[in-house]
Design a protein around this ligand. Structure first.
Ligand code: HEC
Length: 112
């Protein structure tokens, strides 16, 4: 009887943890930080500031997990672009998740 209850509790906890793991970031907080990114990546979403002269990847609509992974790679040196490295170094993991949540949702409108 007790074992069953524990199993149920563990299963419930696993579900509770699994759900928010996908969208851990807060897009509203992320949006507040995008002033740091807007000069190069453009805002909201797709337009880059200087598409003709400087290739800046678009972030709007990109997968959240991909954006967080990319930012971590700039911070830890796996990716070596100097400006992005400096930017990523100033971000906490929470900032990265929030920014990623914002950019992942921004293609459907800034209010989301
Ligand atoms: C000085 C210009 C500049 C600023 C400011 C800037 N970026 Fe970037 N970003 C770039 C460039 C250029 C690249 C492509 C670098 C490369 O080739 O690795 C890039 C790449 C990225 C990538 C990887 C995209 C991909 O498709 O692999 C992410 C994610 C990113 N930036 C997020 C951000 C965020 C979030 C901010 C604000 C906190 C920001 N950037 C601010 C210029 C900038």
């Amino acid at each position: 009887m007790k074992a069953t209850q524990i199993t149920t509790a563990v299963a419930a906890l696993a579900c509770a943890l699994a759900l928010p793991a996908h969208a851990a970031g807060d897009p509203v907080k992320g949006r507040e930080k995008t002033s740091m990114c807007a000069g190069c990546h453009g805002i909201p979403g797709w337009k880059t500031a200087y598409p003709a002269t400087y290739k800046v990847p678009k972030l709007g609509g990109q997968h959240e997990e991909y954006l967080v992974a990319a930012l971590k790679q700039y911070k830890n040196g796996e990716r070596s672009h100097p400006s992005m490295k400096a930017i990523a170094a100033s971000l906490t993991e929470e900032d990265m998740q929030n920014l990623a949540a914002y950019y992942a949702s921004s293609y459907s409108g800034p209010s989301k």
